[in-house]
Design a protein around this ligand. Structure first.
Ligand code: ZN
Length: 315
């Protein structure tokens, strides 16, 4: 069955530096212990403890002794390690190993530039990309037009990394222009920490209530809520029930979360994705297979048909 991973990254999306010329985590998905206990438990928090080695437990306990702050730092460090593994070579290897036919890249300007991703797509026919512009970039409209002309299949906005409220006037202005393309916006949703020094304010941009204004103001644009709101899945799905232009991707959600999304939004608005390298493709494929069982029509929707309805035919 065709598989499209609608949410992946290559390059340094956090700092915009070139990644090291060698590939430190090669072949990254095969290193035992590289996946976190959270991934090994398939994002089921009640099972995390079973996945812990004594060394890991000790490490985590040390960080947890710092309270909430320790958890945030741990999250930032893990994101940095993953970010460093985001080479094109690693992504291609992961795709081959997991039977993923197409990956869709998400640039995040001003760090990972759209044009760098477009160059990757020229070399690899199984890689597509969305566009990204910084909503507060004075040249955002010109840049957006240029990128869309070059074949981008959607637009990515990351409120935390880009440091912008999802319903900021600059975002609404960008949507005014973007709606004519009839392609989706993939929003990062849910609070997360990428930098050790990241402010509370920046983290809070990704709270789900902040998306309501933009989603309701542009009913013709399909919005994909990346990570389904993470810990705020309930609010993400409530917004999905209220607004038919909301879809969700399955990254960082357990079996139960994906089931819940299908039950509440229907089978057409849920999309398989991994957020590679911030998570791994195999875990998310396993989760989809568990949810769909032998329902092949549902599987087709989750793995590629829903994605193709939004971004057009692939391959
Ligand atoms: Zn992402």
């Amino acid at each position: 069955m065709k598989i499209i991973d609608i949410h992946t990254h290559v390059g340094d999306t956090l700092f915009g530096r070139p990644l090291l010329p060698y590939e430190p985590y090669e072949p990254y998905t095969e290193i035992p212990g590289w996946t976190t206990p959270y991934e090994q438990s398939e994002f089921d928090i009640s099972k995390i403890e079973k996945m812990m080695t004594p060394e890991l437990l000790k490490y985590y306990e040390g960080m947890l002794a710092m309270g909430e702050r320790g958890l945030r730092i741990l999250e930032a460090i893990q994101n940095h390690e993953r970010n460093n593994a985001a080479t094109v070579g690693n992504l291609l290897r992961a795709m081959k190993k997991n039977g993923v036919d197409y990956s869709v890249l998400m640039p995040i300007e001003p760090y990972r530039l759209t044009e760098a991703n477009i160059e990757v797509c020229k070399k690899h026919k199984n890689i597509l990309t969305f566009a990204s512009v910084h909503p507060k970039d004075p040249e955002k409209i010109e840049k957006l037009r240029r990128y869309m002309k070059l074949g981008c299949r959607g637009l990515k906005i990351h409120p935390v990394i880009q440091g912008v409220h999802p319903s900021d006037p600059s975002v609404l202005e960008l949507m005014e222009e973007y709606q004519k393309y009839n392609l989706p916006v993939l929003f990062h949703t849910g609070e997360s920490t990428y930098y050790v020094t990241q402010s509370e304010e920046r983290r809070a941009y990704a709270r789900l209530q902040n998306y309501e204004e933009v989603v309701s103001s542009f009913p013709k644009i399909n919005f994909i809520f990346g990570h389904m709101g993470q810990m705020e899945r309930e609010t993400a799905l409530e917004l999905g029930e209220k607004f038919k232009n909301v879809c969700v991707d399955t990254t960082l959600q357990p079996v139960e979360g994906v089931r819940d999304a299908i039950k509440r939004l229907g089978p057409d608005r849920v999309l398989y994705a991994s957020d590679y390298p911030f998570s791994v493709q195999e875990v998310h494929i396993r989760i989809i297979n568990k949810v769909a069982g032998d329902d092949n029509r549902l599987k087709e929707k989750l793995f590629y048909k829903n994605a193709e309805r939004l971004i057009g035919k692939v391959g």
